[in-house]
Structures are given as structure tokens and as C-alpha cells.
Write a protein that binds this ligand. Sequence first.
Ligand code: PLP
Length: 342
Amino acid sequence: MNVIDLRSDTVTKPTAVMLKAMSSAEVGDDVYGEDPTVRNLEAMAAQIMGKQAGLLVTSGTMGNLVAALTHTNKGNEVLLEADSHIYYYEVGGLAAVGGLMPRPIQGDKGSISVRVLRDALRPANIHFPRPSLLCLENTHNRAGGTVMPPQAVAEVASYAREQGLKVHLDGARIFNAAIALGVEAPELADKCDSVMFCLSKGLGAPVGSLLVGDSDFIAQARKWRKMLGGGMRQAGVIAAAGLIALEQMRERLAEDHDHAKLLAAGLAAIPKLTLDLANVQTNIVVVKLDPSLSTPAILAELAQNGVLASDFGPDLLRFVTHKDVSRQDIEDALAIIARVSR
Ligand SMILES: *Cc1c(COP(=O)(O)O)cnc(C)c1O
């Protein structure tokens, strides 16, 4: 059976070009700073994002945690969106590893406005932890892959910096945001002190994320990465695929967005499913199930018929389009989903 895997864009397999580049990568010991392929990737990542320096990390989760540790001190408050990946899906690392106090604030489709941030920030007082970091997320996963336009990012990030905070952007899917908005990535990163983005999602690399920022920040982040056990040796093998991901795989994300729109339009026509088409801005589609359907039962029946999706909370399913699903796969998946969700 042909399985149409729409659980996540992390399921993408490396391309033939990536595998070839990996097998012939020039490598060295990266903890000694001697892996030329890693150095190339870090420099390219920084340049693409308009920052001074970059750091290859094993995962987005590690990149976000390293950024938070670098920007803060123990006991500080970290303001972040209540449904953000860092708060929701990163195992409580801010608290458990960083000794940090997460302060979830309610966004609008994943965006945090100046007004909401202003209301959440408390004046200096002996009772309150010191707020030191704002985290943004673009695209926003749990909001359904929604984008935050450059002006909105710049406004809230500039305000946060005026208040003495650092700003970290969780840009796991930043290139999806850039393509959907028709802007270059640095416009979305401009007022942010650091940005993390993933190579291992829609860009198709097998492993790795990048953290970028100014040179001092990255020098400190490199030490935190080492402490967390993320210093890698001949990591050029991984970086070689990452270089291909950045060079060859960004533009094609537009195709995934077209497929998501096609999928969403089809799902919206199924009586027991509801979704807001205006929310389908990139490669993620979240649908709400009629109360007569059970999420685990639907997911199991879909899987039996060769369609994989994710449980996204009570009555919610998430579908993610990516390079390894074709237009035909989307049409086939729609027919199966319509049959199963009667
Ligand atoms: C996937 C994701 C991450 C974490 O990346 P991993 O490599 O899976 O650890 C962080 N933030 C967002 C928004 C994500 O979607």
C-alpha cells in the first residue's frame, strides 16, 4: 500500500543530491573548529538570515534551548505565546534545564501584538522575576502554520528591545513564512537578536537546525551547546545535506503551500470537518472534527487506508504537506478522508 504521510514535514527523506554530497563531504573535528563543511553551512545560514554568525545544532529544540540559555539568567521570565512550540512541545526545557520562568501570553493566530506584550510586562518590583526574553514563532505551528508579517515582527520586537528584553525567533519554518509573504528571510529576522530554523523539515535534510545571531551571541551559544552535549565531531556529513537544503530546497516550498490549499479546500467540503480557509497560509492544515467522530478512531481508520495525520488536541487533526507528497497523493488522500469521516 502506498502510504501518504501527512503527519509532519519532518518525515521527508534526504534527496539523492544530498546523499551524494554527504558521502563526499570534506570533514574535520568540529569541536576543534576544523570541519570546513560545517563552517560553510554556518556562514551560509548567517548570510541567508542577515546575521553575523551561525551555529549548527542537532535539532530545533536544542537551538531554542541554547538561545534561551544564552540570552537569560536563572530565574528570569521568558514571555512566549501560550500555544508556542517552545512552551507546548519542548519538554519544559526552559524550566527544567534553564531554571527559567515561562510566562505564556495569548496571541492572535500565533502573533503577539505590542498591546498584548505591554499588558503582560510588569514594572520592576521586588516580587516579580526579571523579564529578559521574548520568543516569537513564525510560522506558528499550533495556530496552523500562520505567518507573522515583517512589520508585525518588527513592531513587537522593537518594543520588547526598548523594554530591555532580548528577542528570539523560533523560525523552524521561517522559509515557509518568507515564501508565503513574498519577502526575504532577513526582513522577518531584522529586529530579532537570534533566529532558529530547521533543515530537517520542509527543506528535506535528514538532521539539523541552525541558530543565528551576532558573533558574541554565537560564541556563547557554542559553549552552551557543548554543555548540553551537542558538540559534534565530523558533522560535515550532516552539514553537507544542510547546504543542499538551503541552496536547492527553499523555492519549492511554494508547491507545498499550493498542495495545502488544495487539501484544505477538499477537507472544507467534507460535512463532518470544519476549518478556516483563511488560516491555511503555508503547509499546515488543521481541521476540527464533528463531535460524533473520535480522533483516535479516525486516525486509526485513516492509517488502515494509507493516510497518516497527527492528533492535534481534542477534536483536532493536523495535516502537513511536504516534498514527498504529490498533487496526486493529496487527491487520493482527500478521497480516503471523505470516505472515513462519514
Ligand atoms: C519542529 C519545531 C521545532 C523543533 O524542532 P525539532 O528539530 O523537532 O526539535 C521548534 N519550533 C517549531 C515551531 C517547530 O515546528
